[in-house]
Design a protein around this ligand. Structure first.
Ligand code: DGJ
Length: 706
C-alpha cells in the first residue's frame, strides 16, 4: 500500500507510506470525498519536494517522527541518549495495521535500539488523535528528553491563535503571524497552568469563529507540556505537541516502554466547527455526565473559612429554596483549617468546628432534596499540618530546602507509595462515611522543583500518572461519584483530566464580563456543560465590579449553572429573581448539554453575541450582551448564525435587565410584535440589538414555528 487514507466525521488523513526514511502525513483536514487509491498516490507524489542548491541531496521530509539522522533540520520529534551516547535516531517503517479510521504504524531503529508505535485515530466527529508508544529495545538505559507528535499544516495557514492568562483571567487569546521559525508554548508548572494555551491553532489570515480554515492541537495531559508551531525554509509548516519532560524524568530500562499522552487535532472552516468536533466527541464518551447538570451552590464566596453549622444550615435552606440541587461545602472543614495557612493533608473533619462531624449538615442538605459535595485538595500539604510533621519526606522537593512556598503550601509526593496509600485511604474513608455525591478537587499551586527528595529525580511525570490512577480508582469504587477539576479556578483544564472528571471550575473570577472571554476560549475545547458557571454576588469578589443579576444569569446560562453567593443575605425581591434564573437554567439545560455553541464574528465592538443551537436546529438561545457603549446609537443589526437556513424562527426576548429603558427610547419593534425570520435571514441579515446600558444582557429564545 503506497498511501493510507483514514477518514471519518468529515476529516481525512492521508499518509504517504513510501516517504523516506519513514511515512509522512501529506494531508490532514477536509475529507477527500471521491479520492481513489490512484489519486491519493498522486497526492503523495505531488507533496514530494525537489532537491535544491545549497541543501541536502534529499530535501528533508516531515515524517511522523523526524530526526536529524533522517535528514530533518527542524525541531526533532524525538531526542534522547544512553548516558550521553546514542543520540542518532533514524526510524524506518516496520509495519502497519489499519482500518478505515485508525492505524498503528510501527517504526524501528535497530541501531539506536528503539521502537515506536504511532497510533492515529480519526474520531466520529473528525478529531485526529495521535499518540506514540516508545520502547527501549536495547540492553542499556535510555534517557528520553522529548517526544513530540507532528501535525502537518497547510502552507497557507499563516496566522497563529493561542491563549495565555493568569489567576482570575485564564484563556486570554493572542494572535501573531505564523512566520519562519518556531513559536513554542510550554507549561513547566506541573499542571497546564492559568497561562497555558488550551489550543494552539493556525489558519488562514483573519480566521474567526464563523469562517476561515483553521487547524489546532491540544495535549490531553495534566502535567507539563509543550506545543510548537514551526515553519521551515524547506516548505513545511506544522504543529507539534507532547509532554514536556524534565531532566531525567523518563529513563527507560531495557525492554521498558513509555506511552505518550494523546495529542488531539481538530480543524474547521472557522473555530465554531473546530470546537464542535471536540464537544461532540467528548459528549459521545460512555463516561460523559448525561443526567441533567444539577444546579450547584458552592459555599466558598458565601462563607470562605468561616464555617459553622448554623450558618451553613441556613445557607442550605436558602439554596434549596431557590431550586439548588447540589450543595458543595468548600475549603475549611478539616482539621486545623481555619485559614489558608494550615491543615492541608489532615483530611479529618475538624471536631472543633464540627463536633458531630459533617452528618448534621449533610443530613439536612439531603432532607432538603439536594446532593452533597465536598471540597478536597488531595495533592497538597501545608508544612503546618500533622501530616507534614509526621512525614516531612512526603513533600516533593529537589534539594534539602523546600521549594518556594505558594499559598503557604507544598506538594505531596503522590508517587510515593505510602503517601498515595494515605491519601487514597482518607478519600475512600470519607466517601464511605458520608453520602458524598461530588468532590471539588482543587490544586492551588504550581509544582516547582518537584523532586523525589534532596538530590532525587523530577516527579512531575510520575505525579501526573499517580493522580490519574487515584482518580480512576475513586471512580471505579464509587461509580456515581462526580468530580470537579479545579486549580485556583481554571489552571488545570485539559482533556486528560476531563476524561476522569465531570466538570472544570472555569475561573475564580465570577465577573460575568471577564467570564465572556474566558468561556468563549475555554469552549474552544471544552463542551459548555462541563464548565462550572456561577451566579455572583452583586459586588464581584474578584474584580470589585458591581454587576446585575441579569448579566450574571445570562452569562452563567451557557455552562453548568450554579450559584456562589451568600443567599442568606439577599432580599425577597432578589431571591425571587434568583428563583426565576434557576428555573430558566433548568429549562434550558438539555439544550446547553447537547446543542452547538455559536459565536458571532464582526459584531459591534461593544456587543457580544453568542448562542446555543439545538442539535436538531429546532430551537436556539442567544444572548446579546452590551459589554461597553457602542459608537452607533442605536447599534447596527446583529446576525444570529448557525440555524437551519430554511426554517422560520419566532424570536422572543425571555430575559432582560430593565435598566436599559432610557426615557428617550422607543420600544424595539421586533421585540414587541410577532417576529419570525428564516435561519438564512437571521444569519445573513440579522436584527437590531436592543439599546442597552453597558454591562447588560438580553436572552433571546428562538423556536421554529413548524
Ligand atoms: C481555589 C478555588 O478555585 C476556589 O473556588 C476555592 O475552592 C478555593 N481554592 C478554596 O481554597
Amino acid at each position: 500500500m503506497s498511501t493510507l487514507h483514514l477518514r471519518r466525521g468529515g476529516t481525512s488523513v492521508v499518509v504517504d507510506m513510501t516517504a523516506q526514511p519513514h511515512p509522512a502525513i501529506v494531508h490532514w483536514g477536509r475529507e477527500l470525498v471521491g479520492s481513489t487509491p490512484l489519486s491519493l498516490a498522486s497526492l503523495a507524489l505531488a507533496a514530494r519536494p525537489q532537491r535544491v542548491s545549497g541543501g541536502l541531496d534529499e530535501t528533508p521530509r516531515l515524517g511522523l517522527l523526524p530526526t536529524p539522522a533522517g535528514g530533518w533540520l527542524g525541531t526533532p520529534g524525538i531526542e534522547g541518549h544512553r548516558d550521553g551516547a546514542g543520540g542518532s535516531i533514524r526510524f524506518e517503517l516496520a509495519g502497519v495495521q489499519s482500518n478505515y479510521h485508525r492505524a498503528t504504524i510501527s517504526l524501528v531503529d535497530s541501531e539506536a535500539q528503539l521502537a515506536a508505535q504511532i497510533e492515529l485515530r480519526v474520531g466520529a466527529s473528525g478529531l485526529l488523535h495521535q499518540r506514540i508508544l516508545l520502547r527501549n529495545t536495547g540492553a542499556s538505559r535510555y534517557t528520553l528528553q522529548s517526544l513530540q507528535i507532528i501535525f502537518p499544516m497547510p502552507w497557507d495557514a499563516t496566522e497563529i491563535l493561542d491563549t495565555t492568562g493568569r489567576h482570575l483571567r485564564e484563556r486570554t487569546p493572542q494572535r501573531r503571524a505564523f512566520t519562519f521559525g518556531t513559536h513554542t508554548r510550554e507549561s513547566r508548572r506541573g499542571r497546564p497552568g492559568a497561562d497555558a494555551t488550551l489550543l494552539l491553532a493556525a489558519g488562514r489570515p483573519g480566521f474567526g469563529f464563523e469562517n476561515g480554515r483553521v487547524h489546532g492541537i491540544h495535549v490531553a495531559w495534566s502535567g507539563n507540556h509543550r506545543v510548537t508551531a514551526e515553519r521551515t525554509t524547506t516548505g513545511e509548516a506544522f504543529l507539534s505537541g507532547g509532554e514536556l519532560l524534565l531532566a531525567g524524568e523518563v529513563i527507560l530500562a531495557p525492554g521498558e516502554s513509555l506511552q505518550s499522552p494523546w495529542v488531539i487535532g481538530s480543524w474547521g472552516d472557522g473555530l465554531t466547527e473546530l470546537s464542535a468536533r471536540f464537544h461532540e466527541e467528548w459528549r459521545a464518551r460512555p463516561q460523559h455526565p448525561r443526567r441533567p447538570r444539577p444546579v450547584t451552590l458552592n459555599t466558598w464566596e458565601a462563607v470562605y473559612f468561616d464555617h459553622s453549622l448554623e450558618k451553613l444550615a441556613a445557607l442550605a435552606d436558602a439554596a434549596a429554596g431557590v431550586g439548588v440541587e447540589r450543595f458543595v461545602l468548600d475549603d475549611g472543614w478539616f482539621t486545623g483549617r481555619r485559614d489558608d495557612t494550615a491543615g492541608l493533608g489532615d483530611w479529618f473533619v475538624d471536631r472543633d468546628v464540627w463536633p458531630d462531624g459533617l452528618h448534621p449538615l449533610i443530613d439536612q442538605v439531603r432532607e432538603l432534596g439536594m446532593e452533597f459535595g465536598l471540597w478536597v485538595e488531595p495533592e497538597m500539604i501545608n508544612p503546618d499540618s500533622d501530616l507534614a510533621r509526621r512525614h516531612p519526606d512526603w513533600i516533593l522537593r529537589g534539594r534539602m530546602a523546600l521549594p518556594p512556598s505558594a499559598r503557604q503550601q507544598q506538594v505531596l509526593d503522590l508517587a510515593h507509595p505510602d503517601a498515595y496509600d494515605y491519601i487514597s485511604g482518607r478519600l475512600h474513608a470519607l466517601l464511605e462515611e458520608y453520602p458524598i455525591a461530588y468532590l471539588k478537587w482543587d490544586h492551588n499551586r504550581d509544582l516547582v522543583d518537584a523532586g523525589s527528595g534532596p538530590g532525587g529525580s523530577s516527579r512531575v511525570h510520575d505525579h501526573t500518572l499517580a493522580l490519574y490512577r487515584l482518580l480512576d480508582e475513586l471512580k471505579a469504587r464509587h461509580p456515581r461519584l462526580e468530580i470537579e477539576s479545579c486549580a485556583s479556578g481554571g489552571a488545570r483544564v485539559d482533556l486528560g483530566i476531563l476524561d476522569r472528571t465531570d466538570r472544570i471550575w472555569t475561573s475564580d473570577s465570577l465577573d460575568p464580563l471577564e467570564r465572556l472571554a474566558n468561556q468563549r476560549y475555554t469552549g474552544l475545547v471544552v463542551a459548555p456543560e462541563l464548565m462550572g458557571m456561577h451566579l455572583t454576588s452583586p459586588i464581584v469578589h474578584a474584580s470589585g465590579r458591581t454587576v446585575s443579576l441579569a448579566l450574571s444569569g445570562a452569562v452563567a446560562l451557557f455552562g453548568h449553572f450554579g450559584i456562589e453567593w451568600d443567599l442568606t443575605a439577599v432580599d425577597e425581591a432578589t431571591r425571587e429573581q434568583i428563583v426565576w434564573w434557576v428555573a430558566l437554567a433548568k429549562r434550558l439545560r438539555p439544550l446547553i448539554a447537547t446543542g452547538r455553541v455559536v459565536h458571532v464574528d464582526g459584531t459591534d465592538p461593544g456587543i457580544d453575541v453568542r448562542g446555543m443551537v439545538a442539535a436538531d436546529a429546532a430551537s436556539a438561545v442567544f444572548t446579546i450582551t452590551q459589554t461597553e457603549t457602542s459608537v452607533a446609537y442605536p447599534a447596527g443589526r446583529v446576525r444570529l448564525p448557525g440555524l437551519d437556513a430554511e426554517r422560520r424562527y419566532r424570536v422572543r426576548v425571555i430575559a432582560a435587565d430593565g435598566r436599559g429603558d432610557h426615557p428617550g427610547q422607543s420600544p424595539l419593534a421586533w421585540a414587541h410584535q410577532d417576529t419570525a425570520l428564516t435561519g438564512l435571514e437571521l444569519e445573513s441579515v440579522g436584527l437590531r440589538p436592543p439599546v442597552q446600558f453597558p454591562q447588560q444582557a438580553r436572552v433571546l429564545e428562538l423556536l421554529t414555528d413548524d
